[in-house]
Design a protein around this ligand. Structure first.
Ligand code: AMP
Ligand code: MG
Length: 348
């Protein structure tokens, strides 16, 4: 009799432990924003995770459709058309909020982040899936656009109505919508019950929770060489965004023209290979990574401080690494680098 009870109890234990394997890694990949979005969760609820990813896919596809700068009939393209015609357009509360936030980032970055330069970006051929070959645009064309001085201060907001006092303003959200979207993804996953996750679009990522006993650990790609330049643990709610000159560029007679444009000169950034920013706000980190690439090795500490950032790393075109003390204290270089810690006074 005792023997039978023991067997039954053992059977129950086996069944119970079979039900609860504990959290494990689950992974899904989506194709959004023309890039692969890798979503990884550490969870014991794989079905819930799959459902959440399906929801995210819908959110992302909608953003992609509505905020594309040159494809389709989304609200950004309709807005740009209206602005060019001197008209106003009713936009979604989300887009209006995003534009207002972008205006603030533009001010804080001394206009080095300027998403109103859509025409300049198009002139350089970056409003196409495949940037063109051939010579760069004519200096005169670039100067004409610079003279028209499109910037976020030209925009007017009245409720959801957006207009511009300057018809040369054309919005391009390419420098910060991805960071905003990654942040949103983490929040959405959390809301749906997936609290330990990492959402990664080609090295740009946001994180929630932990990977079991340890934090999520990630690698930052070397912008000039091979492999990973540094690795670090990323805490709950943090985003790590990198702008790189190597990501998209056109080439003519051995010269590379990258997709990050200096709004002051109208020409692509040349002396920064990458800028990496860590922040709890993905959109800010993304905008800042672009702005700091423009700012370059001398001016970046001032712009980073103005944007309220303390965790920044810049790699110049010679491979020299500049970083804030806060960044240095948390990353481990995976390769030998020539590093300079900057701004101990600025970034207390
Ligand atoms: P990111 O990879 O985040 O640096 O974003 C680069 C993209 O942002 C480019 O492909 C352009 O669409 C746009 N862009 C380029 N230069 C700037 C700039 N100075 N300010 C705002 N957006 C820019
Ligand atoms: Mg950016």
């Amino acid at each position: 009799m005792v023997w039978i009870v023991r067997m039954l109890l053992l059977g129950l234990l086996v069944i119970l432990s079979g039900c609860d394997n504990g959290p494990q890694d689950h992974r899904q990949t989506l194709l959004v924003f023309g890039t692969l979005l890798d979503i990884q969760a550490y969870t014991d609820q794989p079905e819930l995770f799959n459902e959440a990813v399906m929801e995210l896919d819908k959110t992302f596809q909608k953003m992609h459709r509505e905020w594309h700068a040159w494809k389709g009939e989304g609200e950004l393209i309709r807005l740009n058309r209206a602005l060019a015609e001197g008209k106003s357009l009713q936009v979604s509360a989300e887009l209006a909020g995003l534009l207002q936030r972008a205006r603030q980032y533009a001010v804080d970055s001394e206009q080095m982040f300027n998403p109103a330069i859509g025409r300049l970006i198009a002139l350089w051929g970056f409003h196409s899936d495949q940037p063109p070959g051939g010579p760069p645009p004519q200096k005169l064309e670039i100067e004409a656009l610079l003279k028209s001085n499109p910037n976020m201060e030209d925009l007017r907001f009245q409720g959801g109505l957006v207009s511009s006092t300057n018809p040369m303003v054309a919005m391009d959200l390419g420098a910060f919508a991805k960071g905003y979207a990654l942040n949103l993804a983490i929040d959405e996953l959390k809301r749906m019950g997936i609290g330990n996750a990492i959402v990664n679009a080609g090295g740009d990522l946001c994180v929630s929770g932990r990977h079991g006993e340890r934090p999520w650990v990630i690698g930052i790609r070397h912008p000039l060489g091979e492999g990973v330049i540094a690795s670090l643990g990323v805490a709950d709610g943090e985003c790590v965004l990198t702008s790189g000159n190597y990501e998209r560029y056109r080439e003519f007679e051995g010269v590379r023209y990258a997709h990050i444009i200096d709004p002051r000169s109208g020409y692509p950034v040349a002396h920064v290979a990458s800028a990496t920013v860590i922040s709890h706000q993905g959109g800010l980190a993304d905008a800042a990574a672009t702005a700091l690439s423009v700012a370059g090795p001398v001016d970046w500490p001032r712009i980073a401080a103005k944007m309220g950032l303390t965790q920044v790393m810049l790699v110049d075109d010679q491979g020299k690494v500049y970083l804030t003390p806060q960044m240095q204290s948390r990353i481990s270089f995976q390769q030998k680098v020539d590093e300079v810690v900057v701004g101990a006074e600025t970034f207390d």
